[in-house]
Ligand binder design. Sequence first.
Ligand code: APR
Length: 238
Amino acid sequence: MSEGFKDPGARHGRHLVVLSGAGISAESGLRTFRAEDGLWEEHRLEDIATPQAFRRDPQQVRRARPNAAHKALAELEQHGFRVSVITQNIDDLHERAGSREVVHLHGEILKARSSVDYGLRYPLPRGGIRLGDLCDKGSQLRPDVVWFGEAVPLYAVAEEIAAEADLLLIVGTSLKVMPASNLYAAAPLDAPIVLVDPNADELAEPGVLPLAESAGQAVPRLVRHWLYQGHLGLPDTL
Ligand code: APR
């Protein structure tokens, strides 16, 4: 058991809450934002954060496939664990892997939504959104993506979910963007927090267990351990 880290094993907790970021999709071929070859290095923000720019990206997401990390989380759910995924990603790889409880804090690139009613969502038209494509309330459709500077409507939902965690697993996020980067504070004080990221040692706050590995390596190994022991206890050696 790693020194100083809380272990819910004694409680036999089985509710895993996951906070994922672009890094969990990196092994599916979708680039992250802030690595040396990240998207923000290549595009100006205003180029990306416009409806027109998303015409290119949906194809990339549709071609990508869930990787071992996405699949391992879905497998845990199939064996009697509750797995709540709170993701900053706008791809649908968690869903395509089989996860059934997914909250997209920053929206979903394969969806369009009403510009007056956040709850009105539609599959993204194959050819992208055109001026004149209207929601049921007659307003212009827009990509279902939260632009920089906009509110994150689902954050309160995410906090409520995190507050019920037996273990919080943070995977593949640089934790640079609020409010998502603050979510770990909503977890119960006695719930361990594990951070999976090649840069975990630099990113992990005190009390967070760093796993400096890729998502594709660390997440399946953790899931195998949890399936073996039947609850979310931390292995003695990670
Ligand atoms: N496995 C796990 N983590 C990885 C992997 C991998 N294979 N590859 C890279 N990473 C890590 C990087 O080390 C980095 O810490 O993933 C993290 C990605 O960080 P960012 O590129 O900042 O992406 P993210 O944290 O998801 O960004 C948050 O910022 O730009 C906005 O809206 C955008 O949702 C995004 C938000």
